[in-house]
Design a protein around this ligand. Structure first.
Ligand code: ATP
Length: 370
C-alpha cells in the first residue's frame, strides 16, 4: 500500500496548525497536513486561496504566524531556507541568460563547494534525466520554452533535495506542450523518487499528475485525497463544485437506512434513492450531487431501480469525443449529461427540444451535508 494510505506511516512533511496573517488578512488558516516520502502532492485552489503562501512557508521564504512545520521530524521554525532539505523549481526565466545550460546547473553546486568531479557527474546525470544532454553548451535563449523548463527542473534536482517545490511550473507553456510536459514531469519524479509538492490552479493538471491533492479554499484545506477520492467522493459542496462538472440539487431527507437514503427533491418532482452509509435524521437539508458522465440520457423510460427525471433537450455541445447535453426539467432546473460519441450508432440523434429521460444509478450520486 502507498504510505499515504497507511495510517501508521510517518510523513516526511507535517504542517501543524499553520496559519499566516498579513496584517488583518488571513492568507493561510489553521492548516494540518501530512505529505509522505515519494509523493507527488498538489496544492490546488483558486487564485488567492493561499497555496503559494503555504509553499513559501515550507521553503522558509515566509514565517508562519502560528503553528509548526516539520520535515523528516525536524521542526523547521528556526531553520533558514538554504539549510532546509527543500529546493524550489523556479520558472525558466530565472535561468542565468549569459551562462550555458551546464554552467547554469553547476552554479548552485559550486556555491555549495562540492568537488569538481561531483559537480561534473551530477550535471551530466540531471541533464540526461531531463533529456537535455545534447544541449549542455547552449545558452537559454537558444532553447525552446519547453527545453528551458527542463533545464530549470534539472537545476533544481541537481542539489538532490528531499523535497522539490514547484509553483505553477508549467504555467508558461502552451496547452499541447503543457500536457506532454505533465506526463514527463511525473515520469521524472517517479524515477528520482524525490517528493514533489506542486502549486496549481489547474484541476486537470492536478488530477493528471498527483498522487494526492490538497484542495484549498480561503486559506483552509477543504479536502485531501487521491484524484479519484476528490472527484468521486467530494466531502463538501465546495469540492464537488470546484473539481469537474457537477449537477447539484437541494433536497431534504425523507428516510434514512443503513446503506441508502431517500431524499425529496423539489426540482425533480419525485424522490431520489441514493447509496449512503450514514444515518441522517429526517428533514436534514442535503445537496445531491451527480456527475454528468454518470447520467444516462434516453428516449425510453429507464429501468426500475434507477433514479430518473424527465425533460427536454435544451442545449447540445459537441466536443468531438463527447457531447454535453443540457436537459431542461419541468421545474426549469437543468441537468447536464455527458455522452461518449461512439463511431457506429444507428439510433436517431437527439436534437433540441426532444423529450428525454435522464437516469442514474443510486450508487452514482452523492449526498452532501457540508
Ligand atoms: P495565486 O494562484 O493567485 O498565486 P495563491 O492561492 O497562491 O494565489 P497566495 O499567493 O498564497 O495565493 O496569496 C494568498 C492571499 O494572501 C492573497 O489574497 C494575497 O493577496 C495575500 N498575500 C500574499 N502575500 C502577501 C503579502 N506579502 N502581503 C500581504 N498580502 C499577501
Amino acid at each position: 500500500a502507498a504510505p499515504w494510505n497507511d495510517p501508521g506511516a510517518k510523513p516526511l512533511i507535517r504542517f501543524e496548525g499553520v496559519s499566516k496573517r498579513f496584517g488583518d488578512f488571513v492568507a493561510v488558516d489553521q492548516v494540518d497536513l501530512a505529505i509522505h516520502k515519494g509523493e507527488f502532492f498538489s496544492l490546488l485552489g483558486a487564485s488567492g486561496c493561499g497555496k503559494t503562501t503555504l509553499l513559501r512557508m515550507l521553503a522558509g521564504f515566509e514565517t508562519p504566524t502560528e503553528g509548526r512545520i516539520f520535515i523528516d521530524g525536524v521542526d523547521m521554525s528556526a531553520v533558514p531556507p538554504y539549510e532546509r532539505p527543500v529546493n524550489m523549481m523556479f520558472q525558466s526565466y530565472a535561468l542565468f541568460p549569459h551562462m550555458t545550460v551546464e554552467a547554469n546547473i553547476a552554479f548552485g553546486l559550486k556555491q555549495d563547494r562540492l568537488p569538481q568531479p561531483v559537480i561534473t557527474d551530477r550535471t551530466k546525470a540531471v541533464l540526461d534525466l531531463v533529456q537535455m544532454g545534447k544541449f549542455a553548451t547552449r545558452k537559454p535563449h537558444q532553447l525552446s520554452g519547453g527545453q528551458r523548463q527542463r533545464v530549470a527542473l534539472a537545476r533544481a534536482l541537481a542539489k538532490e533535495p528531499k523535497v522539490l517545490l514547484l509553483d505553477e511550473p508549467l504555467g508558461a507553456l502552451d496547452k499541447k506542450l503543457r500536457e506532454a510536459t505533465q506526463l514527463e514531469l511525473v515520469n521524472i519524479q517517479d524515477r528520482v523518487g524525490v517528493t514533489f509538492v506542486m502549486v496549481t490552479h489547474d484541476q486537470e493538471e492536478a488530477m493528471t499528475m498527483s498522487s494526492r491533492i490538497g484542495v484549498m479554499n480561503s486559506g483552509r484545506i477543504a479536502q485531501v485525497g487521491t484524484p479519484v477520492d476528490i472527484y468521486e467522493y467530494p466531502e463538501s459542496r465546495f469540492v464537488a463544485d470546484f473539481i469537474g462538472a457537477a449537477n447539484m440539487f437541494e433536497a431534504s431527507v425523507r428516510q434514512s437506512g443503513t446503506d441508502q437514503v431517500v431524499v425529496n427533491c423539489p426540482e425533480l418532482a419525485h424522490d431520489l434513492i441514493i447509496a449512503h452509509n450514514d444515518m441522517l435524521p429526517e428533514g436534514t437539508p442535503v445537496t445531491v450531487m451527480v456527475r454528468p458522465e454518470k447520467v444516462a440520457i434516453s428516449r425510453d423510460k429507464p429501468a426500475e431501480g434507477l433514479n430518473w427525471a424527465q425533460g427536454v433537450v435544451a442545449d447540445i455541445a459537441y466536443l468531438g469525443d463527447v457531447s454535453i447535453f443540457h436537459v431542461r426539467l419541468e421545474s426549469g432546473h437543468r441537468i447536464e449529461a455527458l455522452q461518449t460519441n461512439l463511431r457506429h450508432t444507428d439510433e436517431r440523434k437527439l436534437t433540441w427540444e426532444d423529450p428525454v429521460y435522464l437516469s442514474w444509478h443510486p450508487a452514482n450520486a452523492l449526498v452532501l451535508t457540508k
